[in-house]
Write a protein that binds this ligand. Structure first.
Ligand SMILES: [Zn+2]
Ligand SMILES: [Zn+2]
Length: 258
């Protein structure tokens, strides 16, 4: 009976410096929201209530499993919403964490510029979307949409790969055998869907020793706008022998048909 009591005393004694350190660090470096930098409590899970509310709103609601735009599941015809009925995709379906708006948009922009630590908030959102997708169990390989090596060098990381590394799956692994061989303009600068498609045409290839043949692949990216980049990646992967290609993104922009 003495041992547990002693353990409790030792445990409490050990926790005193930790609590003191937490109190001191809160005083010296008060916790701030990861998105808007407003003051928060240590227990607020990195974001203030306004940003959490915005994030929850951005990630709520049904979407089209073919193009990722907002859509009621009851409004789908043959698995496609009205906006994408006439569109052709090389990818076979998509899962999204939310819409490109408010706090989610601000965090993605910060994440892809220099704040790689935001992966700890954003990746769980992508993972939840993946777990809820109809293709989750079929995936053999996760393929982060690659950056051109010059952009990767300047940024220091590929944001899509940081997300892919935190996805949970019983067997799928990450492949980096899809590569970008041509620098392209940032897609939002290019206006029309046709121009966006032309901007990325031929921009990707696979490494000589790739293992995409017969595999079900899930592309991972931060934003889908027109879908031109995902489409070109999916086309390249299917030419390399992938059986099916799905996409997982943090956010879908361009909710209207362009
Ligand atoms: Zn905030
Ligand atoms: Zn659709």
């Amino acid at each position: 009976m003495e041992a547990p009591k002693l353990q409790n005393v030792v445990g409490r004694a050990k926790s005193i410096p930790i609590l003191a350190w937490r109190g001191l660090s809160q005083l010296l470096w008060p916790a701030v929201c990861d998105n808007c930098a407003n003051d928060i409590c240590e227990t607020d899970n990195n974001l203030c209530t306004t940003c959490w509310d915005q994030l929850i709103t951005c990630t709520a609601g049904d979407y089209c499993p073919r193009c990722g735009r907002d859509a009621s599941r009851y409004g789908l015809v043959a698995g496609a919403c009205a906006a994408c009925q006439a569109e052709e995709f090389h990818f076979d379906g998509i899962a999204r964490a939310g819409v490109y708006h408010d706090a989610l948009q601000q965090m993605i922009l910060a994440f892809k510029h220099d704040r790689s630590e935001l992966a700890s908030v954003l990746a769980p959102l992508a993972d939840a979307a993946l777990q809820g997708s109809r293709f989750h169990r079929d995936i053999d390989l996760f393929v982060p949409v690659p950056l051109h090596w010059t952009r990767r060098l300047l940024r220091g990381y590929n944001q899509a790969r940081l997300i892919a590394r935190q996805l949970s799956h019983p067997r799928a692994r990450i492949s980096t055998d899809l590569v970008r061989i041509r620098r392209t303009q940032a897609q939002p600068v290019v206006a029309t869907p046709a121009a966006r498609a032309k901007n990325v045409a031929g921009a990707f290839t696979v490494r000589a020793d790739h293992r995409f043949a017969g595999q079900t692949v899930c592309l991972v990216d931060d934003i889908k706008t027109s879908g031109a980049t995902l489409n070109e990646c999916a086309k390249t992967l299917k030419e390399a022998g992938a059986t099916r290609v799905y996409a997982l993104v943090l956010a879908v922009a361009g909710q209207r048909t362009l």
